[in-house]
Design a protein around this ligand. Sequence first.
Ligand code: ATP
Length: 177
Amino acid sequence: MIIAVTGTPGVGKTTVSKLLVEKLGYEYVNLRDYALEKGIGEMKGEELEVEVDELVYNFERDFKGKDIVVDGHLSHFLPADLVVVLRAHPRLIGERLKERGYSREKVGENVEAELVDVILVEALEENENVIEVDTTGKTPEEVVDEILGLIEKGVKKRVGLVDWSEAYDEIIPYLRL
Ligand SMILES: Nc1ncnc2c1ncn2[C@@H]1O[C@H](COP(=O)(O)OP(=O)(O)OP(=O)(O)O)[C@@H](O)[C@H]1O
């Protein structure tokens, strides 16, 4: 089974994916590293810009039918059996990305994306099987146990868990107003 772990930068995709592969005995694939390795996309400054179609074509050829967890904020565009969309309070995204030294522009862009569910909406447009998991106030272990519990129960769709509109006032300092 191909499990795609997606979400806003800083939400915890890599942390959760690595723990998930340990528990499932699957292979871990970091989508950015994979694209770089295959020469897909172009570096624009610090950012890797990829053609999604080219990424999907290569990925399908290399991984179809394998048991993998693919980690990346574009992973919901891949032909996955299950897409896990991680969510976190936009304040946490802001704090984490600021701590990583991201520019004010980049922090704002990602806090706003989390606030208005950009990745969730994209994932739902691309795939039938989408599970949303709110990581706020949970440990990575708790998040992974929740994902494993849903897989075990055969849950293929669970969305509409979070509404960050109440968070707006709290995150104004991060927004690009
Ligand atoms: N419940 C949680 N689940 C996942 N990560 C968490 C959780 N709580 C705190 N964290 C922390 O949040 C940070 C998330 O970083 P991580 O690199 O995993 O995010 P990411 O979504 O893969 O980022 P990027 O898209 O930029 O690669 C880590 O420092 C991790 O320890």
